[in-house]
Design a protein around this ligand. Sequence first.
Ligand code: CO
Length: 297
Amino acid sequence: MTQPDTSREVSRVVDAHTQREGAGFLVRRPVPTAGLRLVDPILLIDEMGPVEYAPGEAVGAPDHPHRGFETVTYLLEGEFEHEDSAGHHGLLRPGDVQWMTAGGGVVHSEMPSRRIQREGGKVHGFQIWINLPARLKLTQPRYQGIEASRIPKATSADGLARVSVIAGEALGAKAVIDTHTPVVFQDWTLEPGADLRLPVPPGHRAVVYVFQGEALVGERGQRVREGQLALLGDGATLRLRGGSSTARLLLLAGAPIEEPVAHYGPFVMNTREELEQAVLDYRSGKMGEITRTARLH
Ligand code: CO
C-alpha cells in the first residue's frame, strides 16, 4: 500500500552471491538470489568485477540473444564493446551507459574491448535487466548509448554526496535516457557525514545496492555493507547517510509491471508458450545475426 507521506525503511538485507556468466567472467549478483526472484520490474543486477585481467585473459559474453526486456550496462572502469544484430555498435568507457531494449529480439555481443583482451586491464561495471510489460515485449529493438559526459551529475550543498543520474531525477539533475517504463537508476557516492532525504516515486519497488564501503539506509539507519542489497518498503522519500569511509551505491527503483514472469535463459516473457516461441524464433534466425566489419580498438 502506498503511503505517500512516509519515509522508506529497509524491509530486508540480502547478500549478493558470486557466479560465473557468459564465457566465464565473475559477477556479484544480489538479484535474483536465494529467496529473492525479482524486484518487479528489476529482473537482474550483476556487478561485473572489479577484475584485473592479464593480457589474453579477458572474457565477456559473445553472441547471444535476448527477447522481452531491456539490458542496461553501466561501466565504472575499463572498456566494453557492444555489437548487435540491429546494426548497433558501441565502445563503452568509464561512466558510459548503454540502454538496450531487446524487445522482439536481438542478438548481441558484450566483450571487453579488443585492447583489454590484448593488453589486459581492469574491468568493473554493472548490467541490470529491466522487464517490459506484455504490450512492449515484442517492440522494436532500441539502443541508447550515452557517454559519461552526457550523464547528468549533481552534488549536495555540503559537498558530501555526489550522484550520476542514469534514470530518474536527483538533486535537481534529470536523466537524459528515455525509458519505456518509469525507472530510477542512480550511482551515489556518500562521504562520511553525508545525510540526504531523497524523493523516490511512491509505489515504485526500490533497492539500494552497496558496492563499496557501507551506508546507513532509512530513518532507522540500517547499516548496509559492500555486496549487500537493501530491499525498501514503500514511501515517498528515502534517507541515506554515509558510513565510516566513502560509500558507493546504486539506487534502483521501478514501477512494478505486475504480470506473470516466465524466464528461460536470455528470454523473459509472460508465458511458457511465449518462451518456446522465442527459442524457435532464435533458432530459425528471426532475431538476426551480427554483421561484423573490421574495427580497431
Ligand atoms: Co546480453
